[in-house]
Design a protein around this ligand. Structure first.
Ligand SMILES: [Zn+2]
Length: 189
């Protein structure tokens, strides 16, 4: 699996794309955008099963299983969008899209990382899906907590974040130049 850097980068991109459709932003500790925090959590949510792997010291048994299924993501998005609509307002389909994209993108990025693959179509099939083409070296939990290779993961995935950040800024600026009235689009958060 990629480290949280890649998953949060994906969540950040979804936040930047959808933030104008979400209700007026609120801030945690007066600095951190609340909706970005929620989307980041949704982008990391499938890896909640890794906690059980850590607690019971058996990643292979607990990790990348049913929480890494597209159907499970659909269920999460349905429940989340109903709750978010009730708590924050705005249109339910926007919350649904945000949640679905955040969750499913995590699962798909995992397919393109590592060797073991994920149970993409559980409960229809138990088969693990893993792309022969890998986009990320990822966190190799078999190496243990302290491995020099984790530094390589942090370095390459930080570069990935920078690419995402600059691409978002580029497209925001282009959009702004076409519609000068959209001042909000200039802000990165
Ligand atoms: Zn994962």
């Amino acid at each position: 699996m990629p480290s949280p850097i890649v998953h949060i980068s994906a969540g950040y991109a979804i936040y930047r794309i959808y933030k104008h459709k979400l209700p007026k932003n609120r801030y945690l500790f007066s600095r951190i955008p609340l909706y970005f925090s929620i989307i980041a959590i949704l982008s990391l949510l499938p890896d909640l099963d890794a906690l059980f792997g850590l607690i019971f010291r058996d990643m292979e048994h607990y990790h990348n299983n049913l929480t890494h299924s597209l159907f499970f993501g659909l269920l999460v998005a349905l429940v989340f969008s109903g709750l978010a609509r009730w708590i924050f307002g705005s249109k339910i389909w926007i919350w649904f899209m945000v949640a679905l994209l955040s969750y499913e993108l995590h699962v798909i990025l995992d397919v393109f990382t590592g060797e073991r693959g994920v149970m993409l179509l559980w409960p229809l099939v138990q088969h693990r899906f893993s792309s022969p083409v890998k986009l990320f070296y990822g966190l190799q939990w078999g190496l243990g907590f302290f491995s020099i290779w984790h530094l390589w993961t942090i370095f390459t995935e930080s570069l990935f974040f920078l690419v995402v950040f600059f691409l978002l800024n580029f497209f925001d600026k282009r959009r702004l130049s076409k519609s000068p009235g959209i001042i909000e689009a200039q802000k990165p958060y």
